[in-house]
Design a protein around this ligand. Sequence first.
Ligand SMILES: [Zn+2]
Ligand SMILES: [Zn+2]
Length: 271
Amino acid sequence: MILVDSHCHIDFEEFDVDRMGVLERSVENKVAYCLVVSVEASQFESLLALVQSKDYLFASAGIHPNSVSIGSETERQWVSEAGRGAEVVAIGETGLDYFRSGGDLDWQRDRFRMHVQVARELDKPLIIHTRNAAKDTLRLLHEETAREAGGVMHCFTEDVTVARAALELGFYISLSGIVTFKNATAIQAVAKYVPEDRLLIETDSPYLAPVPRRGKRNEPGFVYHTAVFISELRGIEVSQLADITTRNFFNLFRGAKRDLHWETLMGEINA
Ligand SMILES: [Zn+2]
Ligand SMILES: [Zn+2]
C-alpha cells in the first residue's frame, strides 16, 4: 500500500525542529510521496531546496490568494519562470479566498486568472484554493478555459453541487482531514459522491489534522487517517483507496515520476 499526500506545506517553519523526523514517520505510515505546495515567491527557494533533497518530494509554484502582492507583472513573470522547473509538477496554490481577504478583490481575481493562463502556457495542472468564493472560482475557471491545464480543487469544503460543477470542468477533488470531523456531513457526502478516478487526498499540513489527531500539528503521515475514514465511507479497503488516490495523483500530476529506489524501500517496509 502506497499513499500520497497531494498537498502539504512541510517547508513551513512549524517543521524546522523535526522536518526529517516528520518525513521518516510518513514512510512508516506508507506515505511515499508528498507534493509541497508553494504560497509565496519569497519562500520558493527554500521549498525547492527541500524538494531537491528527496526523490519522493514534488513542488508546485504559485502565490496564494491571500499573499501580499509583489506587483502583478512581477508575479506573472515569477510564476512562469518558477513554474518551468523540472521538480515543479503544478501551478498554485491559486484561487479565491473571500474569507481572509476583504474589500475590492479584483486583484485576487486577476492573480487567479494569471495563474490559469500560465498553467495553460506551461501545460501543468492547477492547484485551486477556494473559500467563501465557490461561484466566482468556478466562473473564472470556465472563462479562462482551465480545463486545458486540468487540476485539483484542494482541501475541498464545499457541497456535492459544487463538486459536480468542478468535476464537469474536468477537475479532481482533494479531501483533507476536515472530512473526518464530526460535523462535516456535507463533505462526507462529497467523499462518497466523487467518482473513483477523480479523488485525491491531502493533509494541508501543518493545518487541519484529521481525527484522531485533531488539534495537533498536522503532518504528511496523518493522511493515512483520512484514507481510512474515506475508505470506510465508501465501503472499500483502505489499500484500495490508497491505490485509487495514488494512481489519480500520478495521472493528474503527469510531471511527477515514481522513483524505483523508493518503491524498493517501501517493499522492505511492507515485508
Ligand atoms: Zn489552500
Ligand atoms: Zn495549502
